[in-house]
Design a protein around this ligand. Structure first.
Ligand SMILES: [Zn+2]
Length: 367
């Protein structure tokens, strides 16, 4: 057993080695245990298969007539691998000293993790992924290491994250956007009072402003205007499809700005372009263990039927793993609703920095 003081020295040396190290690029965010790696390799991964299917079907629909013989599954797989990468350019350079963890086992784990990264920025991203993976481990020591890494990263973020997130949320505040038509129509059903209508109008305006300030105007311009219907008989906010295939957003009189951002997130995922759609699938695939569970079992107190399922994974909320037959995900929506204000964005960043960074990267064109 090493003494506590020696552990601290070893960690300090590891940090020096980490900052100066020119080792190979870090592996891509999974539990680092050999058994898991073997399982990952040899057991068919339903999450990967579902994402390849979703992306290749969309490719086929859009380009299939021009290239009937192309293997769209191969293209989809390549796109998914490429778009899972996070942009290191957005992170500051310096990191605080590594955490003084309580046991030599944990210290060894931290050192191994730190030495695997090639520089501070990729080290940060690597640790972020490892922390998420380790926290989800069934091994108690790995869980402790995951928590130690998480609190270490939280200290790192606390120094700069709030002003940075404020900047990101206002990144396009001054960009010209005269051509973007956000809504086509907003219909209020008779049961909606004029007071309720005034509240919803204000919330729609706020959600629009959040998107305009946060999302690259080029992405917004790609999206068709959103028809919105407000009614008290709807069970909750959702994307609905009419008999003629037209999609629209259903809201209730109590729908919040956060709810609206969630539904608009589906709109952005559907119409915001290939990179956004593929990036969301790439994140879900990489975070998932590849198995499906019934949503009703993952989320206590809900009434999803047995056919509604989600991929198990290391997500900030289990619902993020939800699988839809049409290929949509909940990755963008569940992330975007967490950007409703800087406080919520900060909490999200503390909980899952990688999800937030990937989301911002795809919405803002940072690659
Ligand atoms: Zn949703």
């Amino acid at each position: 057993m090493l003494s506590r003081a020696r552990v601290v020295v070893v960690i300090a040396l590891a940090l020096a080695g980490w900052v100066g190290s020119a080792a190979a690029a870090p592996p891509r965010g999974r539990t680092p245990r050999l058994a898991d790696r073997l399982i990952w390799r040899w057991v068919p991964n339903l999450s990967h298969a579902a994402s390849v299917k979703a992306v290749s079907e969309r490719l086929q629909t859009q380009f299939g007539h021009a290239m009937p013989n192309k293997d769209w599954q191969v293209t989809a797989d390549r796109m998914l691998r490429r778009h899972g990468r996070i942009p290191a350019s957005v992170l500051p350079e310096s990191l605080p000293p590594l955490p003084a963890v309580a046991s030599t086992h944990l210290a060894a784990g931290v050192i191994k993790t730190a030495l695997a990264a090639s520089d501070v920025r990729s080290g940060y991203i690597y640790l972020e992924r490892q922390a998420a993976a380790l926290r989800g481990s069934s091994n108690e020591l790995e869980q402790q290491l995951g928590s130690a890494l998480t609190s270490y990263l939280a200290r790192y973020k606390a120094k700069w994250a709030k002003p940075w997130l404020r900047q990101q949320r206002a990144r396009f505040a001054k960009a010209p956007r005269e051509a973007w038509r956000f809504t086509e129509t907003v219909n209020y059903q008779d049961s909606i009072s004029s007071e309720q209508r005034a509240v919803i109008e204000k919330r729609i305006a706020r959600a629009k402003r959040v998107l305009e300030h946060l999302v690259d105007p080029q992405v917004l311009l790609r999206m068709p205007p959103v028809p919105i219907q407000v009614g008290s008989q709807f069970s909750g906010p959702c994307i609905a499809t009419e008999a003629n295939g037209r999609k629209l957003i259903h809201l209730t009189p109590t729908s919040s700005v956060k709810d609206l951002l969630h539904e608009l997130g589906h709109w952005v995922e559907d119409f915001g372009g290939w990179r956004i759609f593929t990036t969301m699938h790439a994140l879900r695939w990489r975070r998932s263990d590849g198995r499906l569970s019934e949503l009703g079992k993952l989320l206590e107190g809900t009434t999803y039927d047995a056919t509604q399922k989600a991929f198990n994974g290391k997500f900030v909320a289990p619902y993020i793993g939800r699988k839809y037959a049409g290929g949509s995900t909940e990755v963008l929506s569940m992330g975007l609703e967490r950007l409703v204000n800087t406080r919520a964005a900060y909490k999200f960043f503390q909980q899952d920095g990688e999800h937030l960074l990937l989301l911002l990267a795809s919405l803002q064109g940072q690659r």
